[in-house]
Design a protein around this ligand. Sequence first.
Ligand code: ATP
Length: 333
Amino acid sequence: MKLKSLDIYGFKSFAQRTELFFDKGITGIVGPNGSGKSNIGDAVRWVLGEQSPKALRGSKMEDVIFNGTENKKPLPYCEVSLVFDNEDGFLKSDYTEVMVTRRVYRNGEGEYYLNKNACRLKDILELFRDTGVGKEGYSIIGQGRIDDILSAKSEQRRQVFEEAAGIVTYRVRKEEAERNLKKTAENLVRVNDLIEEISMRLEPLKQQAQDANEYLSQAERLKQLELNIFIIRQDRLKQRMQSVKEKMELHAQAIENAKQNIEKLSQQRNDLDLMQEALDNTESRHRKAQMQISEALQESGQEKERKQAEINALLKEKDQLLEEIKEAEQKLN
Ligand code: ATP
């Protein structure tokens, strides 16, 4: 596996985009003190996922972003890309050229990319595990790291050699397995506690279960009984409904008959009214005629009286005349 290039923008002293190409053989970077040589190593360590600001010679992660100079303003973020030739498939990636990118903003937000695809830090760490390239890899030996290797502390020496021997994966897996085992043991203790607690509650629970079963069977019986009552009530209601229906039919028939009777009677009443009217007319005609007759009778009576008086007067006149005649004859004689 070969390092191809390093692209730095806004990282520490690299305010301008700077691209370093690594040809065959050894590349050496020379410069006066404080010119930024170690910043290149820091950039490599950082892009490979370094999380400790201290390891990057800062106090907080924001310190890695270009902080500005007299002539240049600070930058809002920094970005570093490291490109590896992976023609030989040394890295477990389908790409023949692997590009790792990291970007971080002043607010602390950051992103990782593998061949420009966003990814997690974990993906990058796994890709470089046991290759010697990771942030803890023996291939990045910064100032003071030699001291670690030569130090008397076996733990620090061990880390470097484990990485070189490619057994970090197994160590990590072992640690993970140990963590899991510990967790499982803790879980076991908790399960045992639970078993104990549950077994203490077993007897009352048994009683409760019996009660619950009894309740369920009684509830079932109650349901059946309620169902029976419902069916009986329904039958009775049906019967009552049938008899009510029959009565209603009878009443309806009676109402129909009464209606017909009323119709007949009202017809008869109409006829009678007509007859009454005719009789009234006849009666009034008769009364009129009776009145005319009685008027005529009265008039005839008066006429008769008048004629009788005339007759009486004539008879008187006749008697007088007869007297006179008698007297005259006597005189003549
Ligand atoms: P030495 O050989 O003394 O170790 P060096 O060449 O390795 O020096 P570095 O330590 O890489 O130099 O770089 C230090 C320089 O980087 C300093 O000038 C420092 O001001 C500059 N620097 C570090 N962090 C930042 C930052 N965030 N913004 C701007 N400049 C920075």
